[in-house]
Design a protein around this ligand. Structure first.
Ligand SMILES: [Zn+2]
Ligand SMILES: [Zn+2]
Length: 253
């Protein structure tokens, strides 16, 4: 798994907007595609044409901003570079979101119908789908009406949870139960807690309650780089802890 963007909406040379790359079987998956995702993918040695699934946590631009560019770039030079289908997965409302993008960009962002799917998951209740190489589970979290967190479990049983943006969420605890890795937002230091977001100690509390094997904190606003994020997280969590940096690779198992 590679952190492509550990940042937010705030322009930063160090932290690109949100995106995480993970692989299972032959599939290359992304969580979110904030601005800078395609550049970071190149830096991670991955071609855009090889991405087969993108999971969107919600529709804020720091998580979806590069979608239109990603689709447009997949058509260059004539769409023939993409051999495998691309499936976009998101909470309810995403079809409308995509249709609205199409109203703006028209055929410039339309991929071949045989190579393009959209799948909406429930934004009110737990949801689950099975694919060839993995299973995806989702659950609503506390941020936007469409916000969902994901749990991907590969064929060998390794599971990774991606929180997206959220405030404290019992649902996220349930979804993360005994996961190998929880990639959790930790937007602002404890002293600057904002509604709809977590802090290091709240993220730690979720990880502890869920008994995850490893916690990766990400989605750092610049204020986090002035705080002792690790120390704040250690108030509530004592297991393996990683503070995300762009292009950091995280091994599990
Ligand atoms: Zn957001
Ligand atoms: Zn965000």
């Amino acid at each position: 798994m590679t952190i492509l963007g550990s940042g937010t909406c705030v322009p930063s040379l160090k932290r690109s907007s949100c995106a995480v790359l993970t692989r299972t079987g032959d599939d290359i998956l992304l969580f979110d595609t904030g601005a800078g995702t395609m550049r970071r993918l190149l830096e991670a040695g991955v071609e855009i044409f090889d991405v087969s699934f993108i999971f969107y946590s919600h529709f804020h631009p720091d998580h979806t901003g590069e979608l239109a560019s990603f689709l447009f770039s997949n058509k260059y030079p004539d769409g023939s570079y993409r051999k495998k289908p691309l499936t976009l997965v998101a909470g309810k409302g995403f079809l409308k979101f995509y249709e609205n993008l199409r109203l703006v960009y028209g055929h410039w962002i339309e991929l071949d119908a045989n190579l393009f799917n959209i799948m909406e998951l429930d934004n009110i209740n737990y949801d689950m789908r099975r694919f060839d190489n993995f299973k995806v589970e989702s659950i609503p979290v506390e941020h936007n009406p469409e916000s969902i967190a994901y749990r991907i479990t590969g064929a060998e049983g390794v599971s990774v949870v991606y929180s997206g943006d959220t405030d404290f969420s019992d649902n996220l605890v349930v979804l993360s139960k005994d996961a190998d890795v929880l990639i959790c937002e930790s937007a602002l230091p404890d002293a600057l807690k904002a509604k709809g977001h977590l802090t290091p100690s709240l993220a730690g509390e979720i990880a502890s309650r869920a008994n995850v094997r490893k916690l990766v904190l990400t989605h750092f606003y610049p204020e986090c780089d002035q705080a002792d994020v690790e120390k704040e997280c250690r108030k509530t969590y004592s297991g393996p802890l990683v503070l995300a940096e762009d292009l950091m690779t995280i091994e599990f198992r």
